[in-house]
Write a protein of this length. Structure first.
Length: 309
């Protein structure tokens, strides 16, 4: 275990935001050469949106929509909009799988450590990658970072801590994280693999506005004609999965009422429960059946709802 003076991460040099903000990504972007991203940027679809390079989330995340994402993306693509706003971003399980970019894109999450990581990834990807060098999958490192005090860490150090824990946490959990191990695959923290994912994700975020707001404030701030909101709140019954006091059962009713009054459009995904169907009965509700593997020879089915206006 490294001996770090500030709770688990070595010191990094200060980066002047005025100097580095908006610069090209010379080191990381070499990893995505040959993807013809520039060619894609010059193309537009019927709604005036640019084509984008599809990516994958850079870490697992509880409720990450890995199976449902393509279905949600198809429904989003049918709605004309000039602004796209994700209210509960998480690790971007839907956002990164979109193959188009709206003229205005906003991503939001209430988790401050996650938002810090996203901003560092967008603004200082090379510094982030440099700070990740030398880290390996280690239960000892994982446990030390879990209890590390972030008060005196730089943003880059906080970003390293977040992505390290999130890559290695069992089940992509955000709270109550435990070190995940598997008998049939290598550890998820492999910098050679991660650097490529970070490169694509950083490029995708370059023109995106990143917010750290309560979902109500975000709706109020960005609602307008031509705006499409995608909402992926905690599941009914899992309101505390992302931390205490972040989301409450009563928020579902308030959300349904607020969505009735917006000027824009929305797509919302939730688990299929009678209470959910009742609360959102005024909107279009489409059930989707999924099958999840829980072991090499076992699977379980689950039903989700895609709700829209």
């Amino acid at each position: 275990m490294r001996q770090h003076s500030n709770g688990g991460l070595r010191q990094t040099r200060h980066l002047d935001r005025k100097v580095t903000q908006g610069r090209s990504l010379p080191l990381l972007c070499t990893a995505v050469q040959g993807l013809h991203f520039a060619d894609l940027q010059s193309m537009e679809n019927l709604f005036g949106e640019e084509l984008a390079e599809r990516a994958a989330p850079v870490a697992p995340y509880l409720g990450g929509k890995s199976q449902l994402a393509d279905e949600i993306v198809r429904r989003i693509g049918r709605v004309s909009h000039h602004a796209y706003v994700e209210v509960f971003f998480g690790m971007g399980g839907v956002f990164y799988r979109r193959d188009i970019k709206a003229k205005i894109e906003v991503i939001n999450d209430i988790n401050g450590e996650l938002v810090c990581f996203l901003r560092v990834l967008r603004n200082h990807p090379d510094a982030l990658l440099g700070e990740l060098e030398g880290w390996v999958s280690s239960r000892q490192e994982f446990e030390a970072l879990k209890i590390a005090n972030t008060d005196h860490m730089t943003d880059i150090q906080r970003a390293v801590r977040f992505i390290y824990l999130q890559r290695l946490a069992f089940g992509g959990k955000v709270t109550g994280q435990t070190f995940g191990v598997s008998k049939d695959r290598p550890p998820r923290f492999d910098l050679a693999v991660l650097s490529k994912s970070l490169a694509v994700a950083a490029e995708r975020l370059r023109s995106v506005t990143i917010e750290n707001l309560d979902w109500r404030d975000l709706l109020d701030r960005y609602d307008d004609a031509g705006v499409l909101f995608y909402l992926d709140p905690p599941y009914w019954g899992g309101e505390a999965d992302y931390g205490k006091g972040i989301f409450a059962r009563a928020d579902f009713s308030e959300m349904a009422n607020r969505l009735k009054m917006i000027k824009g459009r929305f797509v919302l995904s939730l688990n299929d429960r009678p209470e959910v169907r009742s609360l959102f009965a005024d909107f279009k509700i489409e059930p989707v059946s999924l099958t999840y593997s829980i072991a090499s020879s076992q699977s379980t089915s689950a039903n989700e709802l895609i709700i829209s206006n």
